[in-house]
Design a protein around this ligand. Structure first.
Ligand SMILES: [Zn+2]
Ligand SMILES: [Zn+2]
Length: 306
């Protein structure tokens, strides 16, 4: 779908547990710039190539790939693009670049150790998870960007906004003339996901504040449909995080509880306790401890002053 002259949205329909991200492709005088490259499995790549073809775009014209964050569904195919397109320029945020060069750092960003710590005998390895569902690859970025930088893409100029919360080096792109905001995984997902090391609940909420300060007519998310009721959707995403915190505080209003006692206060289904439950709960507990609202003693949590 051509959103504006020369800006194409290649939307991936939701199908499985981990779907490839949708792509945005922008035409300039040199060829095509793509925002995200999708997952790295054969099926992911074939799907991405089919989306280019359906839109009448020639993937071999891509000269630049901008990556919002190094989760497999967004940049898994970067190795494929690198091999196929000589001279490709890969653009990434400074904080994200180490993850692009070394995928094993994602074990830390996802706080995988929390599972082994709180669920005896269990382990969670995000790279094994990706290998089975949406393979990832590595490369060295060619251009590093920071908040405040601009990226010229044909007739459009995007402001780079650093939006941690979901991932430490996550960026969003804002085109002030068109009032378009590309949000990656920050908005549009069914539920916000964050870990203590990704920027956490506080990073996520601060990123939503950055969005609310912008004049936005159209949000392009990496998953799901385009969003026109932009303010409402951003406020709703922040509201989901705040409501989790409220539920947790309610759960803590009483005798001290362990980490695992608190999981059902945030997640109804036990299937979610290990992932994403442990990481999300740990993010909120970290924030509440930093805020001085919650105290931890002997592995139990209680409200400060109770
Ligand atoms: Zn993500
Ligand atoms: Zn994603």
């Amino acid at each position: 779908m051509e959103l504006r002259k020369g800006i194409y949205f290649l939307q991936v329909e939701k199908k499985g547990i981990v779907d490839s991200s949708s792509l945005v492709v922008i035409r300039d005088e040199q060829g095509l710039i793509c925002l995200e490259v999708g997952g790295g499995g054969e099926e992911n790549i074939n799907q991405t190539l089919a989306l280019f073809e359906q839109e009448g775009l020639d993937v071999s014209e891509v000269h630049t790939a901008i990556i919002s964050h190094t989760h497999a569904d967004h940049m898994g195919a970067i190795g494929y693009f690198r091999d196929r397109i000589p001279g490709l320029t890969v653009v990434d945020h400074e904080v994200d670049a180490p993850y692009m060069k070394d995928n094993t750092l994602l074990l830390r960003a996802f706080d995988c150790d929390l599972v082994a710590e709180h669920f005896p005998g269990e382990r969670f390895d995000i790279l094994e998870f990706y290998a089975a569902l949406c393979p990832i690859s590595e490369t060295q970025p060619d251009r590093i960007v920071l908040e405040g930088d601009t990226l010229t893409c044909g007739a459009y100029t995007f402001d780079v906004i650093h939006t941690p919360g979901h991932h430490p080096g996550h960026i969003s792109l804002y085109e002030p003339k068109e009032k378009i905001l590309f949000v990656g995984d920050m908005v549009g997902m069914e539920v916000p996901f964050y870990t203590p090391s990704s920027g956490g609940a506080e990073g996520y909420l601060a990123s939503m504040e950055k969005y609310l300060a912008l004049d936005v007519e159209l949000i392009i998310p990496s998953h799901g449909d385009l969003i026109e009721n932009t303010r409402e959707v951003i406020e709703d995403a922040a509201g989901k995080v705040r409501r989790r915190e409220e539920r947790l505080l309610k759960g803590l209003d009483g005798p001290p509880k362990t980490f695992t006692d608190l999981l059902p206060d945030l997640f109804r289904s036990p299937a979610q306790f290990m992932f994403p439950g442990a990481a999300v709960l740990a993010s909120h507990l970290k924030k509440l401890k930093n805020d001085g609202v919650v105290q931890e003693e002997d592995g139990k949590y209680r409200l400060s002053g109770s």
